[in-house]
Ligand binder design. Sequence first.
Ligand SMILES: Nc1nc2c(c(=O)[nH]1)N[C@H]1C(S)=C(S)[C@@H](COP(=O)(O)OP(=O)(O)OC[C@H]3O[C@@H](n4cnc5c(=O)[nH]c(N)nc54)[C@H](O)[C@@H]3O)O[C@H]1N2
Ligand SMILES: Nc1nc2c(c(=O)[nH]1)N[C@H]1C(S)=C(S)[C@@H](COP(=O)(O)OP(=O)(O)OC[C@H]3O[C@@H](n4cnc5c(=O)[nH]c(N)nc54)[C@H](O)[C@@H]3O)O[C@H]1N2
Ligand code: SF4
Ligand SMILES: [Mo]
Length: 677
Amino acid sequence: MNDTSQVILTTCPRDCYDSCGIAVVKRNGVVSQVRGDPAHPISRGTLCPKCSLGYNHEWRDPAVRLTRPLRRTGRKGAGRFEPVSWETAVSAIAERLTGILARSGPHTILNTHYTGTISLLASFLPMRFFHRLGAAEVTPDTICNMAGHAALGYMYGSSLDGFDPRTVDEAACILVWGTNPAISGPHVFEHWLRTAPGTVVVVDPIRTDTARAAHLHLQPYPGSDAALAFAMLHVMHREGLLDRSFIEAHTLGWDELECQLADCSPEWGEGTTGVPAAKIEQAARLYARGPSLLWLGQGLQRQRHGGNIMRACAVLPAATGNLCKPGAGLLYLNWNLGARGIDEAYLAAPHLRKAPATAVSQMDLAGCLEDAGRSQALFCWNINIAASNPQQGRLRASLAREDLFTVVLELFQTDTADYADFVLPAASFLEFDDLVASYFMPSLSAQVKVMEPPGEALPNQEIFRRLSRAMGFPEPELFESDAQVLAESMRRSGLGRDFASLAAAGTIPVPPVPAIQFDGMAFPTPSGKVEIASARAEGDGHPRVPHPIVDPRPADSRLRLLSPASPWHLNDSFGNVEKARLQAGTASVCLHPEDAAALGLQEGGEALLHNETGRLRLRVALSDAVPRGVALSHKGRWPGRESSGANVNVLNPGAKTDMGESTCVHGVEVTVEPAGP
Ligand SMILES: Nc1nc2c(c(=O)[nH]1)N[C@H]1C(S)=C(S)[C@@H](COP(=O)(O)OP(=O)(O)OC[C@H]3O[C@@H](n4cnc5c(=O)[nH]c(N)nc54)[C@H](O)[C@@H]3O)O[C@H]1N2
Ligand SMILES: Nc1nc2c(c(=O)[nH]1)N[C@H]1C(S)=C(S)[C@@H](COP(=O)(O)OP(=O)(O)OC[C@H]3O[C@@H](n4cnc5c(=O)[nH]c(N)nc54)[C@H](O)[C@@H]3O)O[C@H]1N2
Ligand code: SF4
Ligand SMILES: [Mo]
C-alpha cells in the first residue's frame, strides 16, 4: 500500500464573520476532502453546510468552473461565448481600453468589485491596475455597510476597531443589535455567542434563531431602532444608570442629546417601535449595569435612516461608560488591517493614481450604465451585480448595451458573466497562496494553495498583471509576484514570521492577548472624545446629533420587505451548488399568518410581490417569527436559475441611506397579493 495522505491547513475567505480554519485532506496528491480544522478556535472541525457542499463539489469540478478565457459570440445576456487564448483576450481588452482612454477618458471605465473573496492579495492587488488606469470606482461598501461606517466614523473616529471578542467572559450582558449570526456567522454564534456567560439581548424584527437563543428578544418594527435606543437612554437617565463621569470626561455634545430624552419614555417607545415598555426597561437596565458588549449588525443600518440609527445605538456605550475596559465596547467590523500589521497602501498602491477617482454609488450604477457619456467600459470582479445589486431589471437592461465594453472575472458563469464581452476564469482560494484577516476575531490566517486551478484559470492579481503588460504600463508595482508580495507583507507586519510559518499555524491571534478597545480612552476623532455631537457630520449636511426619528410605516397595506442572509447561500455564492439549491427549496416569502389571511394567501400558495420597481412571484410560507407588516425573503439566488428569471433585488429601488449613499435594502416596500394563474 503506497497510499499517502496529507492534511493542509487553509482558510475560508468568504465574506463571513467566521473566517473558518479549513483542513484539506489530500490522498496520493489529490484533494479528497475539504473540511473544518479541528484546532481552529472558530470552526472547530466543521464548515458550514453551504461551504462543505460547495467546496467538495462544484468549486472543485472543472466541468462547472470557468476554465478558459471566453469571448462573446451572441447578444449580450444570452451567455454565448467562444474560448480564446489568454493572449487574444488580454490584447483585445487592452486595445479596447486604450481606445476608450484616448476618446472618452479613464473616468468612463467603471471598476465594480466587492468581497467575493476577502483574501488580501486577490482583493487589494487588482487595485494597483485600476489606480494606474485612473478608472472610476464604484464605491464598494455602498452595496453593504457604508452608512454604518460613515456614522461610526463621525462618532468614534473609526468603524473598524471593534471590541476584542476574546474579552466576552468578562461581559455581564451582550447586546446583539440587527445581526443574525445564527446564519451570517454560524460558528461565531455557536462557539462565541452561545457559550458566553453573560445575558444575551437580541434586537431584531424577526424571531431568528439568534433571537430564540437569547435571554431577551426585542422585536422593533424595521427602521425604528433609533427610537428604541432613545427610549432605552430615557430609562437609564430616569433611573440614574448613566455614567456621568465618563460622559463628562470622554464625550462631546451629550447635552444636545439629553434634551431630547424627556419625550422618549418607554411607553412612547412602545407606541413607536412596537417593543413592550417593560422589555425596553429590562434591556436598558441589563445593558447599563454592564460590563456590556454591543454588537451592531450590518443588517441594522440597511434602512433609510441607517446612519442616524447607527449613531443613536452607538450612544449607549458612551452614555453608560461601557467602553475601554474588558467585557465592554462596541463592534461593527474588526477590519483595521494596520492593527494586524497589514499595510493596505502597500497592497493597493493608491499612489499609482494621478487624479482623484470619480466615485459612483452602487445605488447609482444602473443609471450610470444607461449613460454612454459616463460609462464606456465595465469591469466586474469579486462581485455578481446582476444578482446582488438593486434595480435588477434596469441594471440588466443597461448591461445589455452593445457599446458597453464589459469584462467579468469569475469562477462560474454567473448572470453577470452572461453580459460580458470577455469572461476571464479566476482561480479559487484553494488554488493560490494568500492572507485572510477575519473581520470579527483579531487574527491573521494563511490561505494555502492545495491544488492547481482548473484549465487556464488564474488568480485575479495575475490576470491584472497580464492586462498591465498588454497596456504597456511600466510601473514595477504592477508586476510584483505573489511570492514577493507575501514575503514583503509578512516582513512589514512585524509579526516575526514568514508565510510558511503562518501557513504551518493556519491562524494566529493578532495581537496574541486580548486588547482593550480604544485603550487609554484614545478616540481617533478630531476632539479625541466620542463625538455625540459632530461638527464634521454637520459640515457634511447631516444633523449634529442623532435623533429619535422613525421611518413611516408603509401606506396602502404594503409590507416592509426584509431580504437578509440565507443559510444556504453566502451572498450569491453557492447559488449554483445543486445540493444547496435543493436545501434552500423554492424561492419563498414568509409572512405572519394574520397578514397572509388578510391578503387571502395560504401556506404553499403563490404570491405576487410588486412595487414601482418590479414584480416577483414567490411561494408563500407562514410563520409568526415574522411580525405583522413585514415580509421576509432571503437573498442569494441566481436570477437565471429562477422560473421568474429574477431574484428579490428586482424589487429593490436602490434608494440611498441618509449617510454614505449606501443601500437601504431592508427598507423596501411591496404590495403582496395572490398571484393569478
Ligand atoms: N436583497 C439583498 N441584496 C443584497 C444584500 C441583502 O441583504 N439583500 N446584501 C448585499 C451585501 S451585504 C453584499 S456584500 C452584496 C454581495 O453580493 P455579491 O457581490 O454577489 O457577493 P458574493 O456572492 O460574495 O461574491 C460575488 C462573486 O465573487 C465570485 N468570486 C469568489 N471568489 C472569487 C475570486 O477569487 N475571484 C473572482 N474574480 N471572483 C470570485 C463568486 O463566484 C461570486 O459570484 O450583496 C448585496 N445584496
Ligand atoms: N449564510 C450567510 N452568511 C453571510 C452572508 C450570507 O449571505 N449568507 N452575507 C455576509 C455579508 S456580505 C454580510 S454584510 C453579513 C450580513 O449579516 P448581518 O449583519 O447578520 O445582516 P443581515 O443578514 O442583512 O440582517 C441581519 C438581521 O437584521 C435584521 N434587520 C433588518 N432590518 C432591521 C432593522 O431595521 N432593525 C433591526 N434591529 N434589525 C433589522 C434582519 O431581520 C436580520 O435578521 O453576513 C455575512 N454572512
Ligand atoms: S462561509 Fe463562513 S461559516 Fe462557512 S466555512 Fe466560510 S467562514 Fe465558515
Ligand atoms: Mo455584505
